[in-house]
Design a protein around this ligand. Structure first.
Ligand code: MLT
Length: 203
């Protein structure tokens, strides 16, 4: 349990636990409101990334904007997986009933977990994600529902990244819904509502 986090018990133990993963410079408090909006009945497990970039928390190191430190990414992905297993045991949660909700760097570590681990998440809400790694054989995703929120003018996570990630996930058997906004990298209210609607339809 060596990751700083907030845990909020859910109202309905059958609802998926939301694993909340913030963007660069954020923390474990940022996405609690988003989580409560997406699934008001769910337990929330909100984690702070362990890497610091000029004092800003992240989930893994990068060499430059958009250029990931792959070695660190692999290590941090395994570390997050171990934390989720431990948190499930600690809080009495069903490890197979966790849905990731990540924004930007947090969406990227969620996507990395899906790419690397056979037992990752039951589903995922990825706000402005990128392709975490290339050249990997993904595990069979067996219909895993994934919502991707993207911005047509997002210069940090440009549209071709969204399209490539969608194809990679679909190629491994995920059911991917992509929601486009005409904005940049920000997570807008309409995108958050679209994620909440998708969640209601899906779980
Ligand atoms: C990343 O480094 O994960 C992406 O560039 C998104 C971000 O700015 O955090």
């Amino acid at each position: 349990m060596d990751m700083i986090h907030v845990y909020q018990e859910g109202k309905n133990p059958a609802a998926p636990t939301l694993v909340l993963l913030h963007g660069t410079g954020g923390n474990e408090h940022d996405l609690l409101g988003l989580g409560a909006m997406i699934s008001p009945e769910s337990a929330l497990l909100s984690v702070r990334g362990k890497v610091l970039e000029n004092g800003m928390p992240r989930f893994f190191r990068r060499l430059a904007e958009g250029v990931f430190d792959e070695e660190d990414l692999v290590l941090r992905t395994a570390e997050l997986q171990a934390f989720l297993d431990a948190a499930a045991a600690e809080y009495g949660l069903d490890r197979s009933n966790m849905v990731a909700v990540g924004y930007s760097n947090g969406a990227n570590i969620a996507a990395s977990l899906i790419f690397h681990e056979q037992e990752s998440f039951r589903g995922a809400v990825l706000h402005h994600p990128m392709v975490p790694r290339r050249g990997l054989q993904l595990p069979a995703l067996g219909g895993m529902p994934v919502f991707i929120g993207a911005g047509a003018n997002d210069r940090i996570c440009p549209p071709h990244e969204t399209e490539e990630l969608t194809e990679l996930l679909r190629g491994a058997g995920a059911e991917v819904d992509v929601h486009w906004e005409n904005y940049g990298h920000q997570l807008t209210g309409t995108e958050a509502r679209a994620a909440a609607d998708w969640f209601k339809r899906t779980f």
